[in-house]
Design a protein around this ligand. Structure first.
Ligand code: ASP
Length: 625
């Protein structure tokens, strides 16, 4: 069919905004044909733009020409409709549509572009095949749900920007082509054409630069920063992601918390949700003991210490290591599971870390009725709760340190707790429609609509938690030495400074994580600002002078020129949006994400490049897959 020009036509309204009160208004709408219904003399077009859908009526008697065009129009054609808003007949009102009370009586239709038949329609609600969605991402993004996610992302980002600006932070950019940053992941490298054999690294975070900005006197910096880490992909991990990155001078931990709480409350408010602040705090050790995780989901009951339920004899028969923790957790309301159902869960348990579990309660109750009762009692289990006991496995070859350092958990203990914690969160996901603990969050994100101006109470749905007092060092069994648990600029607590060399086990890092609903939203620390402390830390980490110079020489130099005490944090913006969009993968809130195999299916990246390009970059490819 022949296409029309836009000519001098000006759009007057967005499709989704028209209401009964607009009846009688002349309008010009433009958008995509979502659906088309042919009733002979009347053709109905559902016209879609980012705001929603309006129904256009092409009446053969009124506009024979437009009606004739309407016969050829297909889904996803781009059209302009000139006409008048009118009330629908009573029986044609569609209460499910925001614009369901009106329709547009068209006086002119211009077909601005045609469209090939797409592999799926944006009018469909859920498209099963994610690969197709990603390959035809431009079509996928037209879907109402995706439009909403990115609109939400925009509002959240804007609220964070505004909050941080109000709090005196300057938005400052830092380089993308730079030197390796110490976040512990693999770097993406970019070969230099001008310097054969030399490489830039893409930033894993702006860490060193933001600290230098403090040395430069900017006092309060932030950036909505893209970070690059060559890591294996997961639902909550992408090769490139966005952080709300900030750093502040003369800051204590509490100062950072107050800033973050303020901008997160603003971000949630932008999404229509009231988040209570200040957020509670928990030490790392407590989080591990209570939840087996440093990013606990507080919507479900935690772990209970049930050691007291077992006699020595019971421990012996059940082959439970008496020197390690014995904990139980319950997933509410799961009901009785068959042997087969329980067995299907077994692969989820991480058995590599020296822990084992008991999930056959009936059997336990037969041989050790008292223990079984006591476990139920201690963990507060109701009849229908699924109770699982996790304990150390004495038969497991020791692969972790059982060295006990006073006042802290040993690696083996942590392993037992985390095996329980992981099992708990995986089973919680699996049985979510039984325990329904996640429903309150799902309902709130589904209802909250910032456009409505209403605010929903998020207290029951979102559980932020600061995790503090991480150990500064971890014991490395193989090397028999202490290794850093964080990036090497993390300061120890001032009170623990004297123990750095004498008693590294006892040193707490002045760093913190923010967890929410089982996700790590961000982490940060108070930094080392003194050269003597930095040297001590490097020394205790076994980083020699030469290595330190080669890796961060410029930064160590900068530290010597008057560095203020400072600290900061970075929060994953994608994760915040994912939570508030009620999405279960980052791919739902990133426009053009990579697949689990690190491929951009739409752009078809990565790809090989020409010999000429390689030559210019002084690169020879050794093996092609
Ligand atoms: N640069 C750190 C990270 O990306 C955050 C921080 O310490 O501010 O995790």
């Amino acid at each position: 069919m022949s296409l029309d020009f836009l000519g001098s036509l000006e759009r007057t309204n967005l499709c989704g905004e028209l209401r009964a009160a607009d009846a009688g208004q002349p309008v010009v709408l433009m958008g995509w044909v979502n659906r088309r219904r042919d009733h002979g003399n009347l053709i109905f077009l559902d016209l879609r733009d980012r705001s929603g859908i309006a129904q256009i009526v092409l009446d053969k008697e009124l506009i024979p020409d437009g009606h004739a065009k309407g016969e050829h129009v297909r889904p996803e054609y781009v059209v302009a409709a000139v006409g008048k808003v009118r009330l629908r007949d009573q029986d044609a009102i569609n209460p499910k549509m925001a614009t369901g009370e009106i329709e547009i009586e068209a006086t002119e239709l211009r077909v601005l572009n045609d469209a090939r038949l797409a592999p799926f329609s944006p009018a469909e609600e859920a498209i099963q095949n994610e690969e197709t969605r990603l390959k035809y991402r431009y079509i996928d993004l037209r879907r109402a749900e995706m439009q909403r996610n990115f609109w939400l992302r925009h509002e959240i980002t804007r609220a964070i920007r505004e909050s941080l600006s109000r709090q005196g932070f300057l938005e400052i950019e830092t380089p993308i082509l730079t030197k390796s940053t110490p976040e512990g992941a693999r770097d993406f490298l970019v070969p230099s054409r001008v310097h054969p054999g030399e490489f830039y690294a893409l930033p894993q975070s702006p860490q060193i630069f933001k600290q230098i900005l403090m040395i430069s006197g900017f006092d309060r910096y932030f950036q909505i920063a893209r970070c690059f880490r060559d890591e294996d992909q997961r639902a909550d991990r992408q090769l490139e992601f966005t952080q709300v990155d900030l750093e502040m001078s003369f800051a204590r931990q509490e100062s950072v918390f107050a800033v973050v709480e303020q901008f997160l409350v603003a971000a949630f408010a932008a999404a229509g949700i009231a988040l209570p602040a200040p957020f509670p705090k928990m030490t790392y050790d407590e989080a591990i003991r209570q939840f087996g995780s440093d990013k606990p989901d507080l919507r479900l009951p935690g772990l209970t210490d049930v050691r007291a339920a077992f006699s020595d004899e019971a421990m012996g028969t059940l082959q439970i290591d008496p020197a390690l923790p014995v904990v139980a957790f319950r997933i509410p309301n799961v009901g009785e599971l068959s042997r087969k159902e329980r067995e299907e869960n077994h692969p989820i348990f991480d058995a590599t870390k020296g822990a084992k579990f008991i999930d056959d309660f009936k059997r336990l109750a037969k041989s050790f009725p008292e223990a079984a009762n006591k476990v139920r009692e201690l963990s507060g289990a109701a009849e229908a709760d699924f109770v699982i006991i996790v304990a150390g496995d004495p038969a497991h070859p020791i692969k972790a340190s059982d060295t006990k350092f006073p006042g802290r958990l040993s690696e083996r203990e942590i392993n037992v707790y985390s095996a329980a914690g992981n099992f708990r969160s995986e089973l919680a996901k699996k049985y979510s429609d039984k325990h329904k603990a996640f429903e309150v969050t799902e309902q709130i994100v589904a209802q909250a609509d910032p456009r409505s101006g209403r605010s929903f109470d998020g207290a029951a749905a979102f559980h932020p938690l600061w995790i503090v007092d991480f150990p500064m060092f971890e014991y490395h069994l193989a090397g028999g030495n202490w290794v850093p648990a964080h990036h090497p600029f993390t300061a120890p607590h001032e009170a623990d400074m004297a123990n750095l060399v004498r008693d590294p086990a006892s040193v707490r890092a002045n760093c913190y994580d923010l967890a929410m609903n089982g996700l790590e939203l961000g982490s940060g620390s108070i930094r080392i600002h003194r050269k003597d402390v930095q040297q001590q830390i490097f020394a205790s980490l076994g980083i020699g002078d030469d290595e330190a110079r080669a890796r961060f020489g410029f930064f160590l130099d900068a530290l010597e020129y008057g560095t203020p005490p400072h600290g900061g944090i970075a929060l994953g913006l994608d994760r915040i949006v994912m939570l508030l969009a009620g999405a279960n993968s980052l791919r739902e809130v990133i426009t053009f994400p990579k697949t689990a195999k690190a491929i951009d299916l739409m752009a078809d990246a990565p790809t090989t490049v020409s010999e000429q390009q390689l030559k210019e970059l002084h690169i020879r490819v050794a093996a092609k897959s």
